[in-house]
Design a protein around this ligand. Structure first.
Ligand code: ADP
Length: 607
C-alpha cells in the first residue's frame, strides 16, 4: 500500500472520527484485547509445565489450572461481548454510510448525474452491497491492528529466549550469541519469504477481485431484469431469452474462471504460510529444546517461546493479507472522497426571487448557446426569445432539436455555455437557487412516481394538504380513479413495499405526475410530452382542462403531436437548437416551412 492509499484511508476515518470517535477507540481496544488473549494461555501453560517439572504440590498445580482456565474463560466472554458491540456498531455504520452519499447525489450539480465517470464511481461504491465502505475499512483495520499487536507481543515474549540463550560462551555453541543471531536470521529470512510471496499472491488476488466485481455488476443487472416484471415483458414478447441466456452463460463462465483463479491464489498463499510456519516451528522448537537441554531455559519456556514464534509467523502472513485488503479499500476510499468532494460548479446566487401577487414574470433568452459538458456540439445555438407570464407556449420540433434541453436550461439543471437567461431582467444565475426552483412545476418525459402513498407523491413530501391534493388529482383527470380507491390518498403506489399497493397504468402514473405539478402551484407549469402515455380520450380531457388546470400561470408545452398545440397562442418551432419559426397555429400553417410540413405529415394520419 502506498502513502497515498493510507492517506485516503485516514481521510475516510478522519471524517468518521468527527462524529463517531467511540467507534475508533472501541476498535483499537478490541483489536489489542483479542491479540493479547491467546498469550495469556500460552504464558500460563509455560508456567504450568515449569511447575510440574519443579515437582510442585498438586494443589498448587490445580491453582494454576484454575487461574488459567478462569482467566481464559473470562477473557473469551469479554471478547465475545466486545465483538458483539463492535459488530452492532458496524451494522449501524453500514446503515448510515448511504446517507451522506445520497445527500450528495441530491445536492450535486445535475450535470454530474449524467457524467459517466461520476456514475461509475457511485456504482463502485454501491457494489459493496450490504458491506459499506466505512464498515469494511473498520473491519480490516481491526484485523490489521490485531495482527500487528500479536507480532509485537510475540517479539517481546521471545526476546528473553535469545538473551538467556546467549549467556557465557563456556555454555557451548547453542548458548552463544552467534547461534541466536543465526536463528534470528533464519526466522527473519523465512518471514521475509512469506511476506514477499504473500504480497505477490495478494496482488494477484486483488486483481482477480477487481475482475470479479465487474462480473458482479453484470450479475446484478441480470438479476434485476429477472426480478423486475416490467423488464420481463420485453424479454418475453421479443423472445430475448436466448440472448439473455447466452449473456448469462458468458458471465457465469467468467465468474467461474475468476473464482478458480482466486482459490488458486488463496491456496498458494495458505501453502506458503503453512510451510513457513512449519519450518519456523521446527527451527524454534529445536533451538528452544536444545537450550532447555543445556539448562539455559526451562521446559515451560520451550512451550511459551515456540508457541509465541508460531503466532508471530502466522500473524505476519495474515498481516500481509489484510494489508492487501486495505489496498482495495483505499481505492474505494478514494472514490468516496472524490465523490463527496465533487465541487459545486454551478454559480449559487443570493438574490431572492421577487414575490409577485400578480405572478407577472417575464423570461428572456438572450443569445443563449449551450453544449453539454464533455461535448463539442452545440445543442442550442444563439437562441434569443422572450415570453410573459400567463401565456401558453408550445414548443414543437423533430427529435433531438433541443426542446428538452431548452427546458433544462430554463430550470437551471444546466447553466448556459454562452449568453444568458433572464427572469424579470435579472440573470437567473444571480437568484437564490432553491427559491428559483420554486418558480417551476415540471412534468418531464421520463417523469417518476415513487413507491410511497399517493398523497405523498402528489404533494412531493410527507405533509399533505388533502383538499389540495384531491383537487390536483381531479384537475389532472384522475378524479374518478381516485374516488374509487378504498385507501384514498394513503394508497401505496406499486407493490414494492405494500401488498395492498395499487399498480397504476402508465397513463395513470402520468396523470399523478401532472397532479404533482398542479399541486406545486408554481408560476410556471412545464410539460414535456405530457400526454404521451395517455389514451386519446384522456389526452382530450387534459387538453380541454388545460386552461382550468394552469389558470393564470405560464404554461410551456412540448409535444410531438401538433394538433395538441393548436390551443397555444405562441408556438415555437425548434430545429437543430434554433427557433426557426414562431407564431400561432393559423399563422404558421399559412407559412411555408417546417411547421406546415410536419402538420401536413401528421394530418394524413388523422384524416
Ligand atoms: P428533444 O427534446 O428536442 O428531442 P433534446 O433536447 O433532448 O432533444 O436533445 C438535443 C440533443 O442533445 C440531442 O442530440 C441529444 O443527443 C443531445 N443530448 C441530450 N442530453 C444529452 C446529454 N446529457 N449529454 C450529451 N448530449 C445530450
Amino acid at each position: 500500500m502506498s502513502r497515498k492509499d493510507w492517506k485516503n484511508i485516514f481521510v475516510l476515518l478522519g471524517s468518521l472520527s468527527k462524529k463517531h470517535k467511540d467507534v475508533l477507540v472501541g476498535l483499537i481496544g478490541l483489536s489489542v484485547f483479542t491479540a493479547l488473549r491467546p498469550f495469556v494461555a500460552v504464558i500460563l501453560t509455560g508456567l504450568l509445565v515449569d511447575a510440574v517439572y519443579a515437582g510442585k504440590a498438586l494443589e498448587e498445580l490445580l491453582r494454576y489450572v484454575a487461574v488459567g482456565a478462569g482467566a481464559t474463560l473470562l477473557m473469551a466472554v469479554a471478547e465475545a461481548v466486545l465483538v458483539m458491540l463492535f459488530n452492532r456498531k458496524l451494522e449501524y455504520m453500514q446503515e448510515i454510510q448511504a446517507r451522506p452519499l445520497n445527500e450528495k447525489s441530491m445536492k450535486m450539480d445535475y450535470e454530474y448525474l449524467e457524467n459517466v465517470e461520476v456514475h461509475e464511481m457511485r456504482q463502485r461504491l454501491e457494489r459493496l452491497g450490504g458491506w459499506s465502505l466505512t464498515a469494511r475499512v473498520l473491519s480490516t483495520l481491526n484485523k490489521i491492528v490485531k495482527e500487528f499487536v500479536t507480532v509485537a507481543v510475540a517479539v517481546c515474549v521471545v526476546v528473553p529466549m535469545f538473551v538467556r540463550g546467549s549467556h557465557p560462551v563456556s555454555q557451548g555453541f547453542i548458548g552463544s550469541w552467534l547461534m541466536s543471531a543465526l536463528l534470528l536470521a533464519a526466522v527473519l529470512l523465512l518471514v521475509g519469504f512469506e511476506f514477499k510471496f504473500g504480497s505477490h499472491f495478494n496482488k494477484k488476488l486483488a486483481d482477480a477481485r477487481k475482475q470479479m466485481s465487474g462480473h458482479e455488476t453484470k450479475n446484478k443487472y441480470y438479476l434485476d431484469i429477472m426480478s423486475g416484471y416490467e423488464k420481463q415483458k420485453d424479454l418475453r414478447i421479443c423472445k430475448q431469452q436466448r440472448l439473455y441466456e447466452r449473456e448469462f452463460e458468458e458471465m457465469a463462465q467468467g465468474i467461474k474462471k475468476t473464482s478458480d483463479k482466486m482459490s488458486q491464489y488463496a491456496c498458494w498463499n495458505a501453502f506458503t504460510q503453512q510451510s513457513v510456519s512449519a519450518l519456523t516451528g521446527f527451527l524454534v522448537y529445536a533451538f528452544a529444546g536444545a537450550l532447555a537441554c543445556a539448562g539455559l531455559i526451562s521446559i515451560g519456556g520451550v512451550v511459551t517461546y515456540a508457541a509465541s514464534i508460531l503466532r508471530f509467523t502466522e500473524s505476519m502472513g495474515r498481516l500481509v493479507y489484510q494489508l492487501s485488503w486495505m489496498g482495495g479499500n483505499a481505492i474505494l476510499a478514494k472514490d468516496y472522497i472524490d465523490y463527496m468532494e465533487l465541487p459545486q460548479r454551478k454559480h449559487e446566487g443570493c438574490i431572492p426571487v421577487e414575490k409577485r401577487r400578480d405572478d407577472r414574470f417575464s423570461v428572456e433568452f438572450d443569445h443563449v448557446s449551450f453544449k453539454y459538458p464533455g461535448s463539442d456540439v452545440y445543442v442550442i445555438r444563439d437562441l434569443s426569445l422572450k415570453f410573459e407570464i400567463g401565456e401558453r407556449m408550445a414548443i414543437v420540433g423533430k427529435n433531438g432539436s433541443g426542446k428538452t434541453t431548452f427546458i433544462k436550461l430554463l430550470c437551471r439543471l444546466y447553466d448556459v455555455t454562452e449568453g444568458c437567461i433572464k427572469v424579470n431582467d435579472i440573470d437567473i444565475r444571480k437568484y437564490d437557487y432553491a427559491e428559483y426552483c420554486n418558480l417551476f412545476a415540471v412534468v418531464f418525459q421520463d417523469f417518476q412516481v415513487f413507491a410511497f402513498p399517493l398523497g405523498e407523491n402528489v404533494a412531493a413530501g410527507s405533509s399533505v394538504d388533502e383538499e389540495r391534493a384531491v383537487d390536483a388529482l381531479e384537475r389532472a383527470g384522475m378524479g374518478e380513479r381516485y374516488h374509487g380507491l378504498p385507501g384514498g390518498l394513503d394508497t401505496s403506489i406499486g407493490k414494492e413495499f405494500e401488498e395492498s399497493g395499487v399498480t397504476f397504468s402508465g397513463g395513470e402514473k402520468q396523470k399523478i405526475a401532472i397532479a404533482r405539478a398542479i399541486y406545486k402551484n408554481a408560476p410556471f407549469v412545464i410539460m414535456d410530452e405530457p400526454t404521451a402515455a395517455l389514451d386519446p380520450e384522456s389526452e382530450c380531457e387534459v387538453y380541454a382542462g388545460f386552461d382550468k388546470m394552469v389558470g393564470r400561470k405560464t404554461a410551456i408545452y412540448i409535444s410531438h403531436r401538433l394538433a395538441s398545440c393548436r390551443f397555444c397562442q405562441d408556438i415555437l418551432v425548434f430545429d437543430r437548437g434554433k427557433v426557426i419559426q414562431r407564431g400561432s397555429h393559423e399563422e404558421l400553417e399559412r407559412q411555408e416551412g417546417l411547421y406546415r410540413d410536419m402538420w401536413n405529415a401528421q394530418a394524413q394520419y388523422y384524416a
